[in-house]
Design a protein around this ligand. Structure first.
Ligand code: ZN
Length: 127
């Protein structure tokens, strides 16, 4: 479901999508891994597949992301911990997601790296 730009941002900031994560989806650079993580979560909710791929260290499987995104409701994102670093950072979060009506919420510790002055998602560990 694509929500209006005037609705609240899926990342849980409480502000409008157009003033929160949308600028990143439109090309703005995320200055730290926390912003990147939130905007990637929003990208799943807003079906911004290109952004998910462009902010990942590896080639993402767009078809499986599409499938997941189209069949899921992104209810909430809670940041548990953010460990910043020079070229490496960690974000631990809880994503509340319902896929095909089934609670598929999870906690993940994501790893990010900075390459060519750009933060990228490296991988994640379900915790
Ligand atoms: Zn946002």
């Amino acid at each position: 479901m694509i929500l209006s730009v005037n609705s609240k941002c899926p990342c849980g900031s409480g502000i409008k999508y157009k003033k929160c994560c949308k600028p990143y989806h439109d090309g703005k650079t995320a200055n730290n891994a926390l912003i990147l993580m939130k905007s990637r979560y929003s990208a799943y909710a807003k079906q911004q597949y290109k952004y998910i791929n462009n902010t990942s260290n590896k080639e993402e499987d767009i078809e499986s992301i599409k499938n997941f995104s189209n069949n899921s409701k992104f209810e909430n994102l809670k940041i548990i911990e953010f460990i910043d670093g020079e070229n490496k950072a960690f974000v631990t979060f809880k994503a509340t997601i319902f896929s095909n009506g089934i609670d598929s919420s999870f906690c993940e510790k994501s790893r990010f790296i900075k390459a060519n002055n750009k933060w990228l998602y490296l991988d994640g560990e379900i915790i």
